[in-house]
Every structure is written in C-alpha cells, then in structure tokens.
Design a protein around this ligand. Structure first.
Ligand code: 5RP
Length: 291
C-alpha cells in the first residue's frame, strides 16, 4: 500500500496536450502485440480512432427489460449500423446470426440478479471467448465498493492475464452502485484502476469534468449511455463525451428504447465519427425516422 501521508489531489492533467506516443490509432496500444492491435482495430476505426458499440447485455442481470425482450426483432436490425456488439455468449449463440461479421466485445464475467460475492467472481472460460472469436472481453470492476472491489479487481486481473495469453484485449466496465459518487474524481479513480490492472479499454460514464477522467486514463474510454433520455439529449451526451476525449460510446437503452432505434444508432454514429453537432445529429435522426 502506498504511503497516503502527504497524498496530494491530482491536478496536473495536461488537458489539451497531445501525447508524444504515436504509431497506432488506439490510445496506449502502441506496444501491444499484433493480435491485440488487430482486435482493437476491429473495434476502433483506423480512420477516426472511434467506435460505436451497441450494448445489449442488460438481460444478464436484469432479465428481459424494455427493448431487449426479443433480441432477434429489436437488436438484429441495428447490427449493420454498429461498429461492435457488446453482449453475453448466451445471446450471441442463441440470437445473433454468425454471418453479421461484426467484432464482439463479449461480456465475460458472470451476472446474477442479486448482488453477491459470486456475482463478479466468475469468468467465462477464455477458450469460449476464443471460440466466439471475441475481439474483446468485458469485465466489471467495482472501485471503492469494499469486498466487491477486491473480488472484481482480481477478476479483471485474471481476465487480462488470459487475454494477454491469447491476444484478446479486456474492457474494464466501471460499476456504479447506489452509494457510489458519480463524479469525475470517482470515475477517474475507477477508470485508472481498470487500466493499471490490465484493461486495454475502459467503459465509464460521462460526468462534469470528464476531460480529467479521459486525460488521466492511459487507454481509450467509451461511455455508457445510461437511462433513456430524449433523443437530442442523448446525442448531446455523445457529442460532449467525444469533445472531451472519449473514443466512442457503448450505448444500449438510448438506442434500443428510442422511438426509432434504426434512426438513432445512425445519428449516434454520425456524431461519434463525423463530428455532427447534437442539433445536426437530431435533424438526421428526424430525417431517417420519417423516411
Ligand atoms: C452494464 C453495462 C451496459 O451494457 C451499459 O450500461 C450500456 O448500456 P446503457 O447505455 O443502456 O447504459 O455494461 O454493466
């Protein structure tokens, strides 16, 4: 344990200063091996360095919630517009055609409907991730959550070790509990702990001061969308996150619960990759929705 005596609050984030590290379009990945880089390049576009992941893993702890009752009907039509799919192996095998040819960020920890120690202490067999041709493995980390933190850090470290063995990057998913703060200090802590423990990608939430979260995390950050917002607000969330340095989104409810999910995912894609403003993105959404 580092000596906390004389610990000083982080202040020098070098906001706006480009990193001298070059040579690869994914942050923090220049020293990785070919397989890791290939998989990261399937997720993050070499042209923009960004990604739109479509998250539909919600059922693994919540059951059939709104928008994911019938993956075959609600999610499959969206796949062509996503850069990457984030889901569990159960849904991948049962409901996603194997010829969609999209990279998969495979949910690789276990889900239970009631939070228990076991909940985050089990990983799927890495050989199953290989069989599914996963481009990344997603694993939760609960920073600052007592026992759960130790359990989930150990789980993430194990996933990173297995991923390193086979060239599969790990995405650390920062947990948000009811009692956890949702501010830049907390998300910067959680994101950095994920990266330091071996995550090659971090998924977290947008917040005030988000540029500090991004600046102090040495690997790319994608944001979760969170609960359903009106479409223009959800597009503004994407825009602000990208503007503050996020490398993309891993969005679920704001896409599949939209009044027009097909239009919404295309509008999100345009904001993330083409720099549309929220207003332009919303106009595109309305255009696509009405045609
Ligand atoms: C929860 C997850 C979800 O996939 C994530 O929260 C993204 O979905 P949404 O945009 O609906 O929040 O990983 O652990």
């Amino acid at each position: 344990m580092a000596d906390m005596d004389g610990f000083r609050e982080a202040a020098d984030f070098g906001i706006g200063q480009a990193s001298p590290q070059t040579g690869f379009h994914v942050k923090g990945a220049s020293s990785m091996g070919w397989g890791m880089k290939d998989r990261l390049s399937r997720i993050f576009s070499p042209a923009t360095g960004r990604t739109v992941m479509l998250a539909f893993d919600h059922g693994f702890i919540m059951g059939p919630t709104s928008g994911v009752e019938r993956i075959d009907l609600s999610i499959v039509p969206l796949i062509q517009y996503a850069d990457c799919l984030m889901c569990t192996r159960g849904i991948l095998r049962s409901s996603i055609p194997a010829n969609v040819n999209k990279p998969v960020c495979l949910r690789s920890d276990a889900g239970t409907t009631v939070l228990t120690e076991l909940n985050r202490n089990v990983l799927i067999d890495v050989e199953d991730a290989i069989r599914f041709n996963a481009s990344a493995m997603a694993v939760m980390l609960s920073a600052g959550d007592g026992e759960q933190e130790a359990i989930t850090v150990a789980n993430l470290v194990r996933a990173a070790d297995l991923g390193n063995r086979y060239g599969i990057p790990v995405m650390g998913v920062t947990a948000v509990g009811k009692q956890m703060e949702r501010d830049a200090r907390y998300f910067a802590l959680a994101s950095r702990v994920c990266a330091e423990n071996g995550a090659a990608i971090v998924k977290t939430y947008y917040c005030e001061g988000f540029e500090k979260v991004v600046a102090s995390c040495p690997v790319p950050i994608v944001i979760a969308g969170g609960k359903k917002l009106p479409e223009e607000e959800a597009l503004a969330l994407c825009y602000k996150a990208i503007n503050d340095g996020a490398a993309g989104v891993d969005m679920g409810r704001n896409v599949f619960q939209s009044e027009s999910p097909v239009a919404m995912i295309q509008a999100v894609h345009a904001v993330v990759h083409d720099g549309l403003t929220p207003k332009q993105g919303y106009e595109l959404f309305l255009d696509l929705k009405n045609h």
